[in-house]
Design a protein around this ligand. Structure first.
Ligand SMILES: Cc1ncc(COP(=O)(O)O)c(C=O)c1O
Length: 379
């Protein structure tokens, strides 16, 4: 089946009790049992819930994986994934990862004798050089947020596997419509479903998908034991969101290309970060492992003042954190999404005070460009 068919049907079988074509929101904490040890496959809703299960099957199918688990947030999904790592083991991480991931790893999990090395994974030789005897995971994000560095999924998987380490890819920025990391050797894909998978900016959620049975059993055990599950209602919202993922991503991608072309030529824009741009040094790699370039674009207008002017002059583009919704969102990474990393790291990564990030929505493309045009004219 094609992607759009899978998105609409995987996990979405008509309800066995009523025939409802939309999976019902099973808003229950527990399930009546027929007798001691006799149940209909559900005992307690932290362990399993039919609405969540439908979503888990759906997301797993979209990523081409066997197993999927839905969590209360993207960070809860990432935290559960790191529970595959034990004390005295080592994890290599993309140095340009989402600020919340950096915070979880460096400020919390590092207190439990897990060793992290943050390296520029866009060059596979850095990954190779960072590998140690106790390396058990390479955690990558590609493209990275907000400066759009690309990591070669196949090359990093080969290097990590040769060392006996798993590869985890945060695929939030691309969604499985534009990038399917498992096809390039990645072992585990994590998502903030809050973004493109849900797509409507109305729920926080996360997911972990994978094929290895032992690791899947452990993730499920962690999900049930620690309990950071996605609620039935939020599961239903994401399930509704993925039904239109293919259509939405096509439009996000189309408008993303048009907005990037507009920004690239604009005299007030000093630099643009967009993998679809011919000037992006990893454009060819992006073309090879992505089906499109998505709608995340960052651009530098030179100073905090200029960035503030753009952000505060935009009318249609909403000033807000987050991304991947139907509406265009615009933000200032240095003071918003990446405030939790040091100023020195921000400098090194190119997250300057003049950097603006845009998540291009699916409004009419001309309206988005007209709004950016008038906002840039105020600089
Ligand atoms: C790439 C990426 N991964 C993970 C997360 C965390 O997801 P959540 O906010 O759903 O916990 C975010 C949030 O912005 C993100 O951008």
């Amino acid at each position: 089946m094609g992607f759009a068919t899978t998105a609409i049907h995987a996990g979405n079988e008509p309800d066995s009790a009523t025939g409802a074509v939309s999976v019902p929101i099973y808003q229950t904490s527990t399930y009546a049992q027929d007798g001691l040890g006799k149940n209909k496959g559900f005992e307690y809703a932290r362990t399993a819930n039919p609405t969540r299960l439908a979503l888990e099957r759906n997301i797993a199918a979209l990523e081409g994986a066997q197993f999927g688990y839905a969590f209360a947030s993207g960070m809860a999904a990432i935290d559960a994934t790191l529970r595959l790592i034990k004390a005295n083991e080592h994890v290599i991480v993309s140095d340009n990862t989402y600020g919340g991931t950096f915070r979880l790893f460096s400020k919390i999990l590092s207190n439990y004798c897990i060793e992290f090395d943050f390296v520029d994974t866009s060059d596979v030789t850095n990954v190779e050089a960072a590998i140690k005897d106790n390396t058990r995971m390479v955690f990558i994000e590609t493209p990275t947020n907000p400066v759009m560095m690309i990591t070669d999924l196949q090359a990093v998987s080969d290097v990590a596997h040769a060392a006996g380490a798993r590869v985890v890819c945060d695929n939030t920025f691309m969604s499985p419509y534009l990038q399917r990391p498992i096809e390039f050797g990645v072992d585990i894909v994590v998502h903030s479903t809050t973004k493109f998978l849900n797509g409507h900016s109305d729920g926080i959620g996360g997911a972990v998908v994978l094929n290895n049975e032992d690791d899947a059993a452990w993730i499920q055990f962690v999900q049930n034991s620690a309990g950071a599950i996605l609620s039935p209602f939020d599961s239903w919202l994401v399930l509704r969101g993925t039904k239109t993922l293919a259509l939405r991503m096509e439009q996000h991608d189309k408008s993303g290309r048009a907005v990037a072309a507009f920004l690239e030529d604009h005299p007030k824009v000093q630099k643009i970060y967009y993998p679809g741009s011919l000037s992006h040094k990893q454009h060819e790699l992006a073309k090879r492992q992505q089906k499109g370039f998505g709608s995340m674009i960052s651009f530098d207008v030179g100073s905090l003042e200029a960035a503030r002017t753009v952000l505060e002059s935009a009318k249609l583009c909403t000033l807000a954190e987050s991304l991947g919704g139907v509406e265009t969102l615009i933000c200032h990474p240095a003071t918003m999404t990446h405030a939790s990393i040091t100023a020195e790291s921000r400098d090194r990564l190119g997250i300057t005070d003049g950097l603006v990030r845009i998540s291009v929505g699916i409004e009419d493309t001309d309206d988005i460009i007209a709004d950016l045009d008038q906002a840039l004219a105020s600089v």
